[in-house]
Design a protein around this ligand. Structure first.
Ligand SMILES: [Zn+2]
Length: 394
């Protein structure tokens, strides 16, 4: 896809096949959409699952070709292309007669511009409003205070002195004082003369394609770093990711969509079953917690969902053990709740508590989980899984 011009119709067909794989169980039945495909395609650090959006990927994959094109030219092809198009390739309008190579480079350049900025030489190629030269911002798309008489076509060279330094008095004609102070901190390279492109984040460890792909999505509305911090197993992680997006079919969720007549908790609790109730109010969660408490294992009391991500983020890494137990308790409660609702067999709180402890690997570095088996007569190694206490052991 990066080396050839694949028709958009083909890419759309591939995406349709991916959607069918996710949501169409068979030719006649379709699954419920809890989360839209765009959210699934967000990078994992930004709250998605990192699925690849086929049509969105083509530009970022080609961004490295555009980046190579901007580097010092070695091959005959690169020298010939640069001699003909120079860096106007980024700005000149597309023509029907353009070759496939030019179309691929221009497509890659469009993605590259979102993750690169100008490294200022003499400023003769940089448009003040339309180009990115203040950190990762474009002034025409950044709501800030700029004099309304700043011409659209003004070049940055007019803000520099003959020596290539910033002309403070000229800057003050068009920008506010705080923005001028920010601009003056930006280094210029008048000895190089030529303006060049540089990556916004040169030492991020990510590839150009990865950065350009991440830039295709809007900034996440919430911080999801807490989810990675917990280090949950994939199945539990997926559950908590859905919980974060309020995308699990609680009774209240189904009621909002007209798929049930009542929002009452299936365990008979007086309060409606919503996300907060799943976490703190269910009598089943309380029963599992009671069983764990008898084994000397406590978990924190979480008042509501809104406080949970901040609680994880503010907890020291070594003290995450109780929160990890809490996450597994809520997950096992949800599985049991589904079994009850759909008429399947489910375990007692004692069985669930034992299952939770079996699922948590004692090899983690959490002090509260590392020595859970210390008092057992057969003294399991710290790397073994936890097991329920032996019969008759106080
Ligand atoms: Zn309940």
């Amino acid at each position: 896809m990066s080396h050839a011009l694949v028709p958009k119709g083909v890419l759309d067909a591939l995406e349709l096949a991916a959607r069918s794989f996710l949501w169409q169980r068979s030719a006649n039945t379709r699954s419920m959409h809890y989360v839209d495909l765009a959210s699934l395609c967000h990078p994992r650090n930004d709250g998605g699952l990192g699925f690849h959006a086929t049509a969105t990927w083509s530009g970022p994959l080609r961004a490295r070709f555009a980046w190579e094109y901007l580097q010092p030219h070695q091959s005959l092809f690169e020298r010939a292309m640069h001699g003909r198009y120079s860096e106007n390739l980024f700005t000149c309008p597309p023509r029907r007669s353009d070759s496939a190579v030019i179309k691929i480079l221009r497509d890659g350049a469009a993605s590259l511009l979102s993750v690169s900025r100008w490294r200022i030489g003499r400023g003769e190629n940089i448009n003040i409003l339309a180009d990115r030269w203040i950190h990762d911002r474009v002034l025409s798309r950044w709501p800030t205070f700029i004099h309304s008489q700043l011409p659209d076509s003004m070049l940055l060279s007019e803000m520099l002195t003959e020596n290539g330094d910033w002309n403070r008095s000229k800057l003050l004609q068009f920008f506010g004082l705080s923005l001028v102070d920010t601009i003056i901190q930006i280094p210029t390279y008048p000895a190089v003369r030529r303006d060049r492109h540089e990556l916004n984040f040169q030492h991020s460890g990510k590839t150009i394609a990865s950065m350009a792909y991440a830039a295709c999505f809007p900034s996440p509305s919430a911080d999801f770093s807490w989810l990675s911090r917990l280090g949950l197993r994939p199945r539990e992680r997926l559950f908590w990711w859905r919980l974060a997006l309020d995308a699990i079919p609680t009774r209240c969720w189904l009621l909002r969509r007209g798929l049930t007549d009542s929002g009452v908790c299936p365990w008979g609790c007086p309060s409606p079953e919503n996300r907060d109730h799943i976490m703190r109010g269910s009598s089943n969660v309380a029963a599992i917690s009671c069983e764990l408490h008898q084994w000397g294992i406590d978990m924190p009391v979480v008042q509501d969902w809104a406080s949970f991500p901040a609680l994880v983020s503010s907890t020291r890494k070594l003290d995450l053990g109780p929160l990890l137990v809490f996450c597994y308790v809520v997950y096992q409660h949800w599985r049991t709740r589904n079994a009850k609702v759909h008429g399947r067999e489910f375990g007692t709180p004692l069985i669930l508590a034992a299952t939770i402890m079996e699922n948590i690997n004692c090899s983690t570095d959490f002090p509260s989980t590392r020595y859970w088996g210390t008092n057992r007569p057969d003294k399991p190694s710290p790397s073994s899984f936890w097991c329920p206490p032996a019969a008759g052991l106080d």
